[in-house]
Ligand binder design. Structure first.
Ligand code: PAF
Length: 286
């Protein structure tokens, strides 16, 4: 016999607001974990981290069509709602908000957030409309749930910086928190898209993290940034990836950096193997 889940699932903004309002009226703080479902251990880490900041956690599960280009994997993006609810329930999440597309984008929807700063370059060079879709849906979710904090994985590092900047610029009251990337034992960052990897591509995939680790250690040890980045690009290509970018950027603004004096450095990579596009990133230690 299976135990019934304690998590409540709602599908409308009105139900979400009613529940969050009731918690707030009782003096409870609320954390938001926005997701597109296909939950894995990395998402569970966000839900576990949320407990340190709020009495109640809300997970949102919505495969947001506006952040996918027509050529991308919206149609085949994994949808695993029942398993997702089990995982969120197991992590102590109180409420799942699972809207449909019409609830989020009703007839006549015509507003998109326009971005610059950390949204420029990197992913945007390859997915020009992606962050406008992310920022718009995240702004909606923050307004709908009105949480005290919202947690995002550092795995999508540029997304985290874009959302942080947006929340500051638009005076959104929620505190935006980044949670460290969860990795497989061989270093591969957990991602819902890892299920697309063939056995051969899966075996090659940890090369991304290895290349970043080697470059970060070299730069931290005083090696030339441009040379270290070039060596990392060669290592990723040698492992069978087609590289979109591998760059050293300022950790908050994501502006290009030429030397360590330019500020804290983050290395970011996106590369394709087989039919799968993977991203990863790593801090250069101070
Ligand atoms: O990181 C994701 O899963 C998505 O980009 C997000 C933040 C849930 C917005 O759809």
């Amino acid at each position: 016999m299976t135990t019934p889940r304690a998590i409540r699932t709602v599908h409308t903004v009105a139900e979400l607001r009613q529940q969050v309002g009731a918690w707030r009226a009782g003096g409870e703080r609320v954390a938001l974990v926005p997701t597109m479902g296909a939950l894995h251990v990395g998402h569970v880490a966000l839900m576990e981290a949320a407990k340190a900041h709020a009495e109640r956690t809300v997970v949102t599960i919505f495969v947001n069509p506006t952040q996918f280009a027509p050529t991308e994997d919206l149609g085949r993006y994994p949808r695993t709602l029942e398993a997702d609810l089990d995982k969120a329930d197991g992590a102590g999440v109180a409420l799942a908000f699972v809207p449909d597309v019409n609830e989020m984008y009703p007839e006549g929807f015509a507003t998109t957030i326009s971005l610059a700063g950390p949204a420029l370059g990197l992913e945007t060079d390859f997915r020009p409309t992606h962050f406008a879709g992310v920022a718009t849906v995240v702004a909606k979710l923050l307004n709908q749930a009105a949480p005290d904090v919202a947690l995002f994985g550092e795995k999508d590092y540029q997304q985290l910086q874009v959302v942080t900047r947006m929340a500051r610029d638009l005076d959104l009251p929620a505190r935006i928190l980044g949670v460290p990337t969860v990795r497989e034992a061989d270093g591969l960052a957990l991602s819902s898209r890892n299920v697309y990897l063939s056995a051969e591509d899966r075996a090659a995939a940890p090369a991304l993290h290895r290349a970043l680790t080697t470059a970060a250690a070299a730069i931290a040890g005083g090696a030339d940034i441009a040379e270290s980045i070039e060596a990392a690009r060669r290592a990723v290509a040698a492992a069978g990836f087609a590289l979109d970018y591998l760059e050293a950027r300022h950790a908050a603004t994501l502006a290009p950096v030429a030397s360590r004096a330019d500020g804290p450095i983050r290395l970011l990579v996106a590369a394709r193997i087989g039919t799968t596009r993977l991203i990863d990133n790593l801090a250069v230690p101070d």
